[in-house]
Structures are given as structure tokens and as C-alpha cells.
Design a protein around this ligand. Sequence first.
Ligand code: SAM
Length: 272
Amino acid sequence: MTVATLYVVATPIGNLADLSPRGQEVLRTVAAICAEDTRRTGQLLSHFGISQPLVALHDHNEELLAQRIVARLQAGESLALVSDAGTPLVSDPGFRLVRAARQAGIRVSPIPGACAAIAALSVAGLPSDRFTFEGFLPAKASGRRDRLQGLAGELRTMVFYESSHRITESLADMAAVFGGERPAVLARELTKLFETVLDGDLHSLQQQVDADENQRKGEFVVMVQGAADDEQAQLAEGRRVYATLSEHLPPSTAAKLAAELTGAPRKALYGS
Ligand code: SAM
């Protein structure tokens, strides 16, 4: 008899053929599937001729349901966890359930597959030996700038998720904080009909997206190369000068002067 297992199954990020044979097999044979959106998962399953009981598990009920699902696993049922697209837990629900299952000593096993961040990184041509996954930036402008400022000196390639609603604003803020010349790649609609991968620097990406309405549609992964050593040194110097000047001047004036004196992007020093 196989041990009751919680299978964490990656589903396609566009092209349905990307659901692995093992993923199909697991989804066909478990007792039930925990899904972020049962309607969407129902469509995926019907494409593969799979009919299974579905349990809605999303950010709003996960804490509450986790123990009930763990009880089913403890009773000997194997279950699967999927999200709407790609790998569960990657900017998607599932963390609380997986933690609860592990704490209960349940076997948790991955069925790997599509993940937009990794797919994008694999075609970006940016340094990928070390990278940092940043997920979605905060929706509010001030929170977004704060987050980006905290990353201004990051040396690793940064990977962000973004939606069509905020792609223009996010690219503009990234160019302001990291500098428009920072190498960057924009991957859109991967594995789908309108898949596009634009490369260049943040400024040129901004121009291409501004110039073509189609480039603002769909789902995006934005990848930004980490700071070069000299950029990082410039930023450190900019912050040192800003700290001194802001003791005597209004923050916006101090940031402007510190940027002029050191060459560091003003928005990396002060958020206005
Ligand atoms: N769990 C998913 C994964 O493994 O990639 C991510 C889910 S997250 C809620 C959705 C975001 O992933 C989108 O807003 C977009 O940033 C990115 N994404 C998903 N599918 C994509 C695709 N086909 N092309 C580009 N980005 C995609």
C-alpha cells in the first residue's frame, strides 16, 4: 500500500500540453484535488478527460481548511494541490497547507512542471547562476518604490511578476530607482499564442511597452540584472552623502544634490 501523500502538482502556464504525464496520472488517481479556483481547474481536468472531486482552497480559507485536509491525509487518502497556473506556492496559495501537512508528518511530494519565473529566466540571457525571486511588487506606488529602493544595491538578477494593470508603472519605477541603463528582459505570455520576450535596458523596455498597446496586454515576468560593483559603490556613496545632507536640507533637495554629486539615481536615495 502506498503512503498517503499530498502531491503538489504544477499545472501549465498557458500551453496545456505542458501538464506532465506524471501530473496527469496523479490528478487522475488521488482521492480529491485542492484547487485555487475549482472552475478553472475543472476546465483543465476536462481537457484531459479527468473527473475528480475538487476542494476550493484559496488565500481566504486556507488556514481554516488546512487541518481538515490534513485529517483526510491522516485517514489514508492521497490528495493533490494545484493552483490556477504553474507551480503552487510560487505567488500562489498552498504554503499553509504544505506546512500543516509537514508538521503532521504527512509525506508531501512535488510533481514539478511549469513555473513562469523559471521559464522566463531560462530564455532571458541574464546572469542566472544566482537570482532573487521578488514576486509581485506592492500595488500602491509608495510601497512599490520602497520595495525597489531596498533592492537598488542587489547584485543578483531580480525576477518580478507583473500584470497588465501595472506593467507601465512598474517599469517606470524600476527605471527611476535602478537607472534606465540597467539591462532587463520582459517575458510576456510565455507558452501562449502571443509569447514575446523583449530585451535591452529598462529605458528601452519602457519605450517598447509605451509604443505598442499589445505589449501591455497579458501576463509578465520582468527580470532586471543586478547592480554592477561600481553601481553598488555609487549607491553606497549616494546614500552616505544623502544622509549627511538631509540633516541640513529638506529630503528632496538633499536627494537631488546627492544624486548630482555621486551619480546615484535620485529615486534610489529618496522616494519622491
Ligand atoms: N504559480 C505561478 C508560477 O508558477 O509561475 C504564478 C502565479 S501568479 C498568481 C501569476 C503571475 O505569474 C502573472 O501575473 C505573471 O506575472 C506570471 N505568469 C503566469 N503565467 C505567465 C505566462 N504565461 N507568461 C508570463 N508570465 C506569467
